[in-house]
Structures are given as C-alpha cells and as structure tokens.
Design a protein around this ligand. Structure first.
Ligand code: FAD
Length: 420
C-alpha cells in the first residue's frame, strides 16, 4: 500500500534499489509494519536508474554452477523469468557468471514484489534528515513537492547506496580519497543494430582503435563490455567512464554532460567501424551515470580483502558473496580482477550490517561495512539482494540489540528461503 506520512512504523527502509526492496520484503514477511522510501519514480536503484544489464553475484564461478543467493533475490528472478525478461546464467568473457535482465521489466517486477509483500511504499520521496536521541534514530525527515514530513520507526535500514541515512544520523562512516574511489560509467543503449553484429570485446576494441585513428572522440576506454538487452535487439555498452564524486551535484553535473559526449562519440565510432551498427542510434543513455562508490559505513565487523579472497566463513553468516573483486580505478582502463579461493564464496556476517554509533540502524547493499577491496566484490546486485534481505529481517527481529538474537535472524532468513 502507498505509505502514510506522519506515521509510526516498525521498520523503515531508505532506498529502493536491490538491497532496499529485499529489506522491505523480508521485514514485511516477518510481520513487521514496514515502509520503503525511494526518491526516484520507480524501484530498482542502479538496475533501473542506470540501466545495469545483469544481476551479478547469484552464482559462483565454479563448474557446475553454485547458487549463493536465494530468498527475495530469487523471487525477483522468478518473476522476471515469467515475463521472459531474464536469461539463464551466462559466463562473461572473463568467466564470471551473470544473469542478464531487461531493465524496463525490472520496474514492473519490483512494483509487484513490494505490492505483494504487504509493506507500504513511497516513491518521489527523499529522506533529508534524522532525529537521533541517545544514539537511537527516532524519526526521519522526508520531502516531496508538498514540503517536509516526518516518519517515526523503531528500526531503520540504510539501503541508499551512498550511506545517506548513516551520514545524516551521525553513524560511523568514512569516505575514501577521490584517487581511491572507483570511477563512474554512463551506460548507453543503442537501437537499430543488426542481429548479426559482432560485439565480442576484441571487435569492440578494433572499432574503437580505428575510430581514434580517424580523430573520433572523446572516448575514455579502448575496449569494454557490450551485450544484447534480453527481449530486444538493442545493445548496451559499459564504456563512458568519468571520475566523479557521486555525492556532489556539481561533480555529477560535469560527469553527466561529459559522459553523454562520450556516448555520442562511441556511436560515431561503431557506426563507422563496427559492421552491423551503420543504422544504430542511441535509444537511451543512463538515465543517470552509474556511481560505483561513495561513502562507506563502519560496522561492528568490517569485511576485508582477505575475507573475500580467502573465502572466509563466519559463525554469524547471514548472506554469501561470490563476485570476484572487480575494481574500476582509472577511466581509461579495463576492470582489474582478483579471484576468490577455489571460485567459492565468502560469508557476510550480521555484525557487518550493524552500523557503529547508532543502536537501531542496519546497513544493506553498497552500505555494508567493508574495506575498499572487499567492496569491489560486495557491491554487485545479487549480493545486495542478499544483504538487504538480511538487514530487513534483522531490523524486524531485533530492532537494535542483536547479539542474543542471531539464531532467530538466521532461522527467519532460512524460513524465507535465503541461502546463508
Ligand atoms: C557502471 C556500473 C556497472 C555495474 N554493473 C553491474 C552489473 O553488471 N551487475 C551487478 O550486479 N552490479 C553492477 N554494478 C553494481 C550495482 O549496480 C550497485 O552496486 C548496486 O545497484 C547496489 O545496490 P544498492 O541497492 O545497494 O544501491 P542502489 O542500486 O544504488 O540503490 C540505492 C537507492 O537508494 C535511493 N536513495 C538514495 N538516497 C536516498 C534518499 N536520501 N532518500 C530516498 N532514496 C534514496 C536511490 O535513489 C537508489 O534508488 C554496477 C555499477 C555501476 C556503477
């Protein structure tokens, strides 16, 4: 149901991306009176707002495939499959296992997930402040075009990607130096492409190289990933990189304008030098430049690079991560990968979701507590569904105090078909 303003909830989730949807559905399934708040006109976060074309982190790299995310994430995949809007798991040219999805369909599927869950929800609503007493968030201040309003709750989930609620409420956070921050990328969708076009990385590279020699630009990357959008002939490319501070409107403005110039240059390059692209046009850019990294929370446990690479197990595991470390640190470079031991998975402990300094705030998705290298694995959307699901259930079960309730959180996650 549409959320009520000036109301008291058990659990409020800020941000309706992969993590936030899973958190709200998980909390509502436990029976908590739940509200999900999103500032965009649709749910999905970067899947819909930046047209990210694959759900990563559902399957390890092992052969045969091993699935490590179930629960709400699986529910989303099932609904997409029923709409023919998602493909079977596919290996990337680097051997990673992805689930290609149709981004438009994601909007409809997430609407239906949240409607069926019994959680309340509000789109077009931005959270702008928090009221904190004795280390406990009592209420959040929101804004729409009518003005400001307040929502009270017993527990909160920060699924904003940028750790916005943690920052507003005075929780422990840190922001990497800009040189250490991963770059942003404007995804571009091209229509009018022949069915026969060869979009393997080597062909893309050769076309860009010829275009550079003939003076076409600006183009940040010499090669990169392109794929067909499930259910259409369109091709999506992940090429137009920009250094950007995703928290700062001036920096975002510069990056968006510059990246759109790149999108047009790549179009020109492919029309001239990639057979099958002669009639192509840009059917969509963005809409927003994809932001990989901004702030991070500090939790009761911080997941490290070693935890990820060594496939570490934890007693209080509530989710699994399996995407390799994938860092995009330079606008001109391909992603740098580090692999997980035996192509396995690592555990994500409940402690890494509990934000330090605030008794009743849980972190999900990109906001989970980890170092910068571990983050380059944890940030993908399959893992965001898993940590979001756990954060929502933890908020519903424990509100704030959790050390004696870990078994109950695990039991509830298993009841909701999560893989932990
Ligand atoms: C270029 C690029 C390519 C990527 N490719 C892939 C890929 O192929 N596969 C993959 O799985 N992952 C990929 N990722 C990573 C992935 O998209 C993100 O890390 C993932 O979306 C994180 O999910 P999330 O729910 O934590 O955050 P997000 O998806 O960022 O969602 C956060 C939501 O919170 C909302 N929000 C924020 N602040 C507020 C506020 N104050 N009030 C209300 N709402 C708020 C935002 O509008 C947003 O909808 C890619 C990322 C980028 C940038």
């Amino acid at each position: 149901m549409v959320g009520k303003k000036d109301c008291i909830y058990d659990v409020v989730v800020v941000g309706g991306g992969s993590a936030g949807i899973a958190a709200a559905v998980g909390a509502a399934d436990f029976g908590a009176r739940t509200l999900l708040i999103e500032r965009s006109p649709y749910f999905g976060g970067q899947a819909t707002n930046c047209s990210i074309p694959t759900y990563d982190g559902f399957f390890t790299r092992a052969e045969p495939l091993e699935q490590v995310v179930g629960g709400v994430g699986q529910k989303v995949i099932d609904k997409l499959s029923m709409m023919n809007a998602c493909q079977q798991p596919l290996r990337s040219p680097w051997g990673n296992v992805m689930v290609p999805v149709n981004n438009e369909a994601v909007k409809f599927v997430l609407d239906s997930c949240i409607e069926e869950s019994g959680a309340d929800f509000l789109l077009h609503t931005q959270v702008i402040d928090a009221k904190v007493i004795d280390g406990e968030i009592k209420a959040i201040e929101c804004v729409d075009d009518n003005g400001k309003f307040t929502i009270n709750a017993l527990a909160f989930v920060d699924a904003s990607g940028e750790c916005n609620l943690a920052a507003m409420a005075g929780g422990e956070i840190f922001t990497p130096k800009s040189a250490d921050m991963q770059v942003g990328t404007l995804l571009t969708r091209y229509g009018g492409v022949s069915q026969k076009v060869d979009i393997r990385p080597q062909s893309i590279k050769e076309a860009i190289s010829k275009a550079r020699s003939s003076g076409i630009g600006p183009m940040s990357k010499d090669s990169g990933f392109a794929m067909r959008v499930p259910g259409s002939n369109d091709v999506i490319t992940i090429l137009a990189n920009e250094c950007v501070d995703g928290l700062d409107s001036a920096s975002l403005t510069l990056a968006e304008v510059a990246a759109r110039k790149q999108a047009r240059a790549y179009l020109q390059a492919f029309r001239q030098f990639l057979p099958g692209f002669e009639e192509a046009y840009i059917s969509q850019s963005g809409p927003q430049i994809g932001i990989r990294e901004t702030r991070h929370t500090v939790g009761d446990y911080m997941i490290t690079r070693e935890d990820v690479i060594q496939a570490k197990r934890h007693e209080d595991a509530i989710a699994r991560g399996c995407w390799p470390v994938e860092r995009h640190s330079n606008p001109g470079a391909l992603a740098a990968y580090e692999w997980i031991l035996n192509d396995s998975y690592y555990d994500i402990p409940l402690r890494s979701l509990k934000v330090k300094g605030l008794k009743n705030l849980w972190a999900a998705g990109r906001a989970v507590s980890c170092d910068l290298i571990a983050f380059a694995s944890i940030r993908v959307m399959g893992t965001a569904f898993a940590t979001g699901h756990a954060a929502g259930v933890a908020a519903a079960v424990c509100k704030g105090e959790y050390t004696f309730q870990i078994d109950q959180v695990k039991k509830e996650l298993i009841r909701q078909n999560a893989i932990i």
